[in-house]
Design a protein around this ligand. Structure first.
Ligand code: B12
Length: 301
């Protein structure tokens, strides 16, 4: 069984952020970085507080990775192989946690990965989605009950929400995105992941959630004037109707200057992509991340 410690030590944080232990203590004692003390008087930092501080200070994944690279004098590691095994382990630990119903452990796994420099986009594509596919397979093969599948998904949702509240950045002026899943679509996790990914990149997000008809999305265009709209679908219940309503929505989005990103299995097929033209047909969250970096470079920290 996975055992994930609840707190981080001064030394662990110093190693993660490539600063001295004295710096961590100074930040903590100045009240910037919240901590508690052990009985023996040692400082302990929760994952949530450490993650929030990392985000606020721009010590986030990208900068951490860059600083690590700068601090390393050795040549390039066999990154692809190392990364693959890291993600495989992450996916397994996350799967174990959600199928055991261990909310705190599941959240800590995501927060810990973020602290270690894993971008949310990669975390979602290569660990969370992989774990969820395994859940889906077991359910499909009758090896997991519907009840257990629901519990596991609920735990996964709350873990992503916990990550979201820790990585959200407060900015005075930020671009706004609207995210949702299509009408009759009850898979909500991918939309939530899109929200957290965008928030970690400094966006404000209105998540309309699952089962959102196109007319409601058009209303949201009027109300929020988003720069970006992200829509997820796992399958179309009525393709003709959906394509018709999409066309109206797309015209409204163009009139408002909003870009459209479509993702999920429901938009994977090339023929469907032609019927649903968009600024991006995303295969995964890395595609979305790349797209916003290219299209909205000013939002980068
Ligand atoms: C959890 C789950 C449910 C839960 C959802 C609860 C919730 N709150 O979300 C419940 C129990 C409600 C459910 C219901 C159903 N489900 Co279901 N479900 C799943 C499961 C196990 C996980 C889905 C998930 O959250 N994945 C996590 C996300 C992050 O990953 P992802 O969906 O793979 O998305 C990736 C990409 O597609 C992309 N992406 C997706 N959307 C977006 C959006 C944007 C903007 C971007 C950039 C990227 C992107 O990025 C992700 C990461 O790379 C999958 C199993 C699987 N193989 O995926 C089945 C699965 C999706 N479900 C399936 C089915 C059949 C159903 C039901 C029809 C079952 C039924 N008979 O009632 C209903 C449909 C309900 C409805 N009308 O929507 C099938 C879908 C097959 C298909 N394409 O038609 C799957 C694949 C299971 C299977 N093996 O058959 N399900």
């Amino acid at each position: 069984m996975t055992h994930t410690p609840k707190y981080l030590t001064t030394r662990q944080l110093a190693r993660m952020w490539l600063v001295s232990e004295a710096t961590i203590k100074r930040w903590a004692d100045a009240g910037h970085l919240h901590f508690t003390r052990t009985v023996g008087g040692h400082r302990r930092f929760s994952y949530e507080d450490a993650t929030r501080f990392q985000t606020e200070r721009g010590l986030g994944p990208t900068s951490t990775a860059k600083r690590r690279a700068a601090a390393t004098t050795t040549t390039v590691k066999p990154a692809a192989r190392v990364r693959a095994s890291v993600f495989a382990r992450l996916a397994k630990e996350f799967f174990d946690a959600i199928t055991d119903g261990r909310e705190e452990v599941a959240a800590t796994i995501l927060l810990n990965a973020f602290l270690k420099g894993v971008e949310p986009a990669k975390m979602f594509d290569e660990a969370l989605a992989v774990a969820m596919k395994r859940v889906g397979k077991l359910w499909h093969e009758g090896e997991m009950s519907v009840a257990d599948e629901h519990v596991a998904t609920g735990v996964a949702v709350r873990a992503v929400e916990a990550l979201g509240s820790a990585v959200r950045r407060e900015h005075a002026e930020v671009p706004l995105a609207v995210c949702c899943a299509l009408e009759d679509e009850w898979h909500s996790l991918a939309v939530l992941c899109a929200q957290v990914l965008l928030e970690s990149e400094g966006w404000t997000v209105k998540n309309l959630g699952p089962h959102t008809p196109f007319f409601a999305l058009s209303d949201a265009l009027e109300k929020y004037r988003p720069a970006l709209v992200c829509v997820s679908s796992s399958a179309h219940r009525s393709l003709e109707r959906s394509a018709r309503e999409y066309e109206q929505f797309r015209k409204a989005a163009q009139a408002h200057g909003a870009r459209i990103v479509l993702g999920g299995e429901g938009f994977r097929d090339e023929a469907i992509r032609r019927r649903f033209p968009a600024d991006l047909h995303a295969d995964n969250f890395r595609d979305l991340l790349k797209f916003i970096h290219q299209q909205f470079p000013r939002t980068q920290a």
